[in-house]
Design a protein around this ligand. Structure first.
Ligand SMILES: [Zn+2]
Length: 373
């Protein structure tokens, strides 16, 4: 296996420190941004997929990145839409957003903008040259390779008394849930609340408050100002993530065990289902399923198809593993005994949207919850 594309002189994407440790090596993986046509037999290029944790600022980060263009925005789970409403309502209740608030949003290339909701609360975009009252980053910051420059770019748009907010899938929930496959190319940073708070402080900002949401198992919206005081909610969140070991590489390295356990568990589960004569399909061609299937060595011979609610991927296949991606009605017609769900957040809506699966005697199984025996 070639390793000449492994970076040996790793530097922190935020503070520049060279001191840190690899906390997760997910092996060589295809980029999850390119889904080839189903009949395309070409071998997908594989790239190292590793997470490193800075010993100085404690930012967990992607090491190598193949620099591929982002995919089309995917389908937004209901959970994401509901959380957006919830988050903006909290910002409004805290007096951060209201009628006439000048606001800049940095969003994710995967979609999920909060603008419609923010506008309903009275926010507007700045005029040319006008500084903003609020800069809100919603899962955008992690997509910047240079974390220090990206923070500067966001905060430079603010008035002196402005507020900057970041929403992120906290490392604490990634580690607690063993969600090793949250690691992916193009996602450069994996923030814990104490690490992000420390990064902001080192740049002259005072983190003031934070809200926690159940999205993805635990997402945080953190606010900071140039002058301010840290409130109890933020202090408690920082203390709890600190106590959970989020500033310690040897704790975060639990993701490595999770990767082995989940991949082996998936393969063993499918093999035992098939041995028992049960048919297994997958649902949701999410990027996190790409790494899981690849690492588990599960291809079309074990998993014939993955159904996906978004039409853009139909007729394509998973990179690396080669599992074809089809429409949900094809899956319903195939009447599988078991459907592996690769995005746990989707469970309520897929049960609602595809009642035939259970009506025909099938069951949904959350892939991330499988463990090796
Ligand atoms: Zn650092």
């Amino acid at each position: 296996m070639p390793d000449d594309d492994l970076i040996t002189d790793i530097r922190c994407r935020f503070c520049g420190s060279g001191h840190g440790e690899i906390v997760l090596d997910a092996g060589r993986q295809p980029t999850a941004k390119v889904f080839p046509k189903a009949g395309d037999p070409a071998e997908d290029p594989l790239h190292p997929l590793r997470m490193w944790m800075c010993g100085r600022c404690h930012l967990a980060q992607l090491v190598e990145d193949p620099d591929t263009t982002e995919e089309e925005p995917g389908l937004e789970p209901d959970a994401l839409v509901q959380q957006a409403e919830d988050a903006v309502a909290r910002m409004a209740a805290a007096g951060i957003v209201g009628e006439g608030t000048v606001l800049v949003e940095f969003g994710s290339p995967h979609g999920g903008s909060w603008w419609d909701i923010l506008a309903r609360y009275g926010a507007r975009a700045p005029e040319p040259g006008e500084l903003a009252d609020v800069v809100v980053d919603n899962l955008g910051y992690m997509h910047d390779a240079d974390q220090a420059a990206a923070l500067e770019r966001r905060t430079s748009l603010l008035k002196p008394d402005g507020v900057v907010l970041f929403q992120f899938h906290t490392l604490a929930s990634i580690v607690a849930g063993g969600q090793w496959n949250a690691l992916r190319h193009g996602h450069f940073a994996y923030y814990s609340t104490p690490a992000l708070a420390g990064m902001l402080e080192s740049a002259g900002w005072t983190p003031t408050t934070a809200w926690w949401f159940p999205l993805y198992g635990g997402s945080v919206l953190l606010a900071a100002r140039r002058e301010g005081v840290r409130d109890q909610a933020l202090s408690d969140l920082i203390a709890s993530e600190d106590a959970a070991g989020m500033l310690k590489a040897d704790i975060v390295r639990g993701l490595q065990r999770a990767a082995d356990d989940m991949s082996d568990g998936l393969r063993q589960f499918i093999e035992s289902e098939r041995a028992a004569g049960r048919t297994v399909w997958g649902y949701s061609a999410a990027s996190r399923a790409v790494a899981l299937l690849c690492r588990a060595g599960v291809g079309p011979e074990l998993l014939p198809s993955i159904a996906d609610g978004g039409g853009a991927k139909h007729g394509r296949r998973m990179p690396g593993s080669g599992v074809p991606i089809t429409a949900p009605d094809e899956m319903v017609a195939a009447r599988p005994d078991t459907v592996l769900l690769f995005v746990a957040d989707l469970l309520p809506e897929v049960r609602r949207a595809l009642p035939e699966i259970e009506a025909d005697g099938g069951r949904w199984v959350i892939a991330d919850e499988l463990h090796a025996s």
